[in-house]
Design a protein around this ligand. Structure first.
Ligand code: ATP
Length: 259
């Protein structure tokens, strides 16, 4: 981690018609940090990621990503530098597109839609498929994969962009225990080996990666607190954040959250 600030959000207000999703949020993230963002449903976590991804509309405040303000001209460039993985989607099994082609979609931000991918682009795609352990399924239609495999492909697509910033929005939701663990391990490995800045959103505290340097607490469109995991993953703090009694037990050197 170094001192370069790659995400700088000041007093951001975002609303969707009558709903105010962010009510004045400020956040700075340094290059190389792994930041967890937690909070109940509707807290504004996804909206915050949307701002960093160059897609949000500010009513008030300032956003700079990789040093550039979020203007219409910059937003497209910012999106090429920010990889985004959401929760697993239902994909129609008849969808006529295979793993390799899905991962290539990650290259189009840099390529432009009208240019044909070069050999070098395909080589990057193959490398990313290998990195996520999906080479044996590269020709398989995307709709014929398990949830865990689909998330590996989504991660490979995001990495094919060669991003600086990696945004993950509940990437383990709807996966079974083993797939959850595998995806968390993959995310951690990729964060370290590819020297990314990673923001990981979840409302499920047990899927918060142990690799987090810092955890940000969100509720009702505001940041309610932040700190190192051991400072904020406490029963009193979490019970207040989630408006329900929460217990934490230590097991095998790790904190398990019970509600
Ligand atoms: P969750 O954990 O449920 O995904 P979240 O913390 O990510 O929640 P957001 O999805 O950012 O929260 O939503 C914040 C608020 O903005 C909510 O009240 C939600 O209903 C509203 N909202 C989000 N997206 C839209 C949209 N596209 N149109 C209208 N309202 C929206």
């Amino acid at each position: 981690m170094n001192d370069e600030v790659v995400v700088e959000i000041e007093d951001a207000v975002v609303s969707y018609r009558e709903d105010v999703a962010l009510r004045g949020v400020s956040l700075r993230v340094r290059r190389g940090e792994f930041v967890g963002i937690i909070g109940p449903n509707g807290a504004g976590k996804t909206t915050l990621l949307t701002l960093i991804n160059g897609l949000g509309k500010l009513l008030q405040g300032r956003v700079r990503v990789l040093g550039y303000p979020l203007s219409r001209d910059n937003a497209r460039w910012i999106r090429t530098r920010v990889g985004y993985v959401a929760q697993v989607q239902n994909i129609d099994p008849r969808m006529p597109i295979n793993v390799r082609e899905v991962v290539m979609i990650g290259r189009y931000g840099r390529l432009g839609l009208l240019r044909r991918p070069s050999k070098a682009d395909w080589a990057i795609v193959e490398r990313m498929i290998e990195l996520v352990g999906m080479s044996h399924l590269a020709d398989r239609p995307i709709g014929h994969l398990s949830g865990g495999e689909q998330q590996r492909v989504a991660i490979a697509r995001a990495l094919a962009q060669e991003p600086d910033i990696f945004l993950l929005d509940e990437p383990t939701a709807n996966l079974d225990w083993r797939a959850q663990r595998e995806i968390l391990e993959l995310v951690k490995r990729i964060h370290t080996t590819r020297e990314l800045t990673t923001l990981f959103v979840t409302h499920d505290l047990n899927t918060l990666p142990r690799a987090c340097d810092r955890v940000v607490l969100m509720k009702d469109g505001l940041i309610r607190g932040e700190g190192r995991p051991e400072e904020v993953l406490r029963e009193d703090v979490l019970s207040e954040l989630y408006d329900t009694p929460i217990r934490i037990i230590e097991h095998d050197g790790r904190r398990v959250v019970l509600s």
